[in-house]
Design a protein. Structure first.
Length: 450
C-alpha cells in the first residue's frame, strides 16, 4: 500500500504528515507558517523539509486541503429564513464553505450592494419547494443580473423555473450550475448533490482564482476545502465502515482566530419518538460556522457577548488583541474567551425542545438536532489543543441546569486532535477509510478528569 504526504494549508499555519497506509502509522509530522502572501508552495516545502529531516521514505502521492486566502467564501439566498435559507446555509457548511452573507425573501438594493462588494467565491440561490413559489427566486435572479461582479451561481431552488433562471443568468455572463432543490418539499433537506456541485466548482475554478494552482508543481492534487476534509474524517470516525466500527455519536469543536466551527454526527435525528418535530429536519451529519466567535479577530465580539468577563485587565487585553491579532496567549484570559466560544457556538448548533399547551394537555416539539445522547467531544484547533485547560473549555458544550430546553450533550468523554491529524487524514477518507479510522482511534488523546 502507498505512502502519502498530506498537507492542510491554513490561513496562518500549514500542517503536514506522512502516512504509511500499510503499517497504518504516521511516519512524520510538522508545521510552519503559511506563505500565502508570497507563494503557498514555499510554506509547504518548509514543512516537507522538517518532516524529511530524520527519515527517508518514498512518497507515492501528495494531497492538500486548503482554507488559505479566506477559504471557500459563499453567499446563501433563500426564501423563508428557517426553511429554504437554512437549507441553503447547511448545504454550504456541509461542503466546507464559510457563509459570509445570507439573505431571505426578496433582495433589495442595499443587499445587492453588499453582494457586489462581498468578494464571494460562489453564490447559492434557492427558494420555493418544487412546484411551489417561483416569484421570489425569479425576482432575486432579476436582481442578480444587475451586478457588475461575476462569480459562479448554483441554483438549487424550485425546479419549475430553473431553466428560465439558468438562461437569464448565463445571458449576462454568469456561470450558472443547476442542481436538485435543497428543500424539494416542506421540511425535507436534500443537500448531497448541491454539496458535490460546490466541491466541483472549488476544484475547477476557485483553486485557480485563489492562486492555489501554483501548487501543482509540488503536489498531486488539491482535494478538498479543509473544513470538508475535517467533516469527512469525523463522519468516518463516528459511523465506521463494514470492516471497522466507529466510535458513535460525536460533537467536535474547532476554535480559530475569527470563527468557531461545530460538527455533530448523530445516528438518528429524534431521540425521543414521543416528541413532535417542527421545521426543517436537519442532517445527521452537520457543520455550523459561527463567524463572530474567535479568539483573535472576533475577540472583541466574544467579550461583548459575555459581560461577566469584564474587568480592567481584560479590557486592556482585548485592546492589545485588536492592535495585534498575533499577540501571545494569556492562558487564563484566553481560556475564558475559548469557553465562551464553545458555550455559545454549541448552543447555536443544537436544537430546542418547545412546550405547547393544548386542551389535551402538554405537548413537546423538537426543532433542530437533539445532541443529548452524544457521548464523545473532540477538540480541534490551536486555541483548544495548546491550552492546558482544554477539558474545562470543551465541557462548556454540556447542558447546564437552567438550559433543559437546549438539546446539548448531557455527558461526554473529551478528546484532543493533538497532532492536527483530522484535517489531513480526511484527504484519505474515500480511498482508505479503514486506515483513517484506525489511525484516529490510536492518535486522538483522551482527556482525563482533573
Amino acid at each position: 500500500m502507498p505512502n502519502f504526504c498530506l498537507f492542510d494549508v491554513g490561513s496562518t499555519y500549514t500542517k503536514g504528515c506522512i502516512v504509511d497506509t500499510d503499517q497504518e502509522i504516521i511516519l512524520a509530522q510538522a508545521s510552519d507558517f503559511t506563505t500565502s502572501s508570497t507563494d503557498i508552495s514555499i510554506g509547504i516545502e518548509k514543512v516537507k523539509q522538517k518532516m524529511f529531516k530524520d527519515i527517508t521514505v518514498h512518497i507515492d502521492k501528495t494531497y492538500v486541503c486548503s482554507s488559505a486566502k479566506g477559504g471557500l467564501k459563499m453567499i446563501a439566498i433563500g426564501l423563508v429564513p428557517d426553511l429554504t435559507l437554512k437549507a441553503a446555509q447547511l448545504a454550504c457548511y456541509s461542503a466546507g464553505a464559510k457563509v459570509i452573507k445570507s439573505y431571505s425573501f426578496e433582495l433589495n438594493q442595499k443587499e445587492l450592494d453588499e453582494i457586489e462588494n462581498s468578494n464571494c467565491d460562489i453564490l447559492l440561490l434557492s427558494g420555493g419547494t418544487d412546484g411551489g413559489n417561483t416569484s421570489s427566486v425569479r425576482h432575486n435572479a432579476n436582481q442578480l443580473i444587475k451586478l457588475k461582479s461575476r462569480f459562479p451561481i448554483i441554483y438549487a431552488g424550485n425546479k419549475s423555473c430553473q431553466d428560465e433562471i439558468k438562461t437569464q443568468l448565463e445571458q449576462v455572463g454568469f456561470e450558472c450550475i443547476l442542481c436538485a432543490n435543497v428543500m424539494p418539499s416542506y421540511g425535507i433537506l436534500e443537500v448531497d448533490e448541491c454539496k458535490n456541485k460546490i466541491r466541483e466548482l472549488f476544484l475547477k475554478s476557485i483553486v485557480k482564482a485563489k492562486g492555489l494552482s501554483q501548487l501543482n508543481e509540488v503536489i498531486d492534487e488539491i482535494v478538498l476545502p479543509t473544513p470538508l476534509s475535517v467533516f469527512e474524517a469525523l463522519k468516518l470516525l463516528s459511523k465506521g465502515t463494514k470492516n471497522e466500527s466507529g466510535i458513535g455519536d460525536l460533537i467536535a469543536i474547532d476554535i480559530g482566530g475569527a470563527t468557531t466551527d461545530v460538527y455533530s454526527m448523530n445516528e438518528k435525528l429524534v431521540v425521543n419518538e414521543e416528541f413532535g418535530y417542527k421545521g426543517l429536519q436537519e442532517p445527521l451529519e452537520k457543520r455550523s460556522v459561527e463567524g463572530d466567535l474567535g479568539l483573535r479577530y472576533s475577540a472583541s465580539h466574544v467579550y461583548e457577548l459575555k459581560t461577566d468577563l469584564h474587568s480592567t485587565e481584560f479590557d486592556a487585553y482585548i485592546n492589545e488583541i485588536n492592535n495585534n491579532p498575533h499577540l501571545s496567549s494569556n492562558i487564563e484570559l484566553d481560556t475564558q474567551l475559548a469557553s465562551t466560544c464553545v458555550d455559545i457556538a454549541t448552543q447555536r448548533h443544537v436544537g430546542r425542545l418547545e412546550t405547547s399547551y393544548t386542551p389535551m394537555g402538554i405537548s413537546y416539539y423538537q426543532t433542530g438536532k437533539d445532541c443529548r445522547n452524544v457521548k464523545q467531544c473532540i477538540g480541534i484547533g490551536g486555541p483548544i489543543i495548546y491550552n492546558p485547560n482544554a477539558r474545562s473549555i470543551l465541557s462548556q458544550c454540556l447542558t447546564k441546569p437552567n438550559q433543559k430546553d437546549i438539546l446539548l450533550p448531557i455527558e461526554c468523554e473529551f478528546y484532543l486532535d493533538k497532532d492536527y491529524l483530522i484535517s489531513c487524514l480526511g484527504l484519505l477518507s474515500k480511498q482508505y477509510p479503514d486506515v483513517v479510522i484506525r489511525i484516529l482511534k490510536k492518535k486522538l488523546e483522551k482527556l482525563n478528569h482533573v
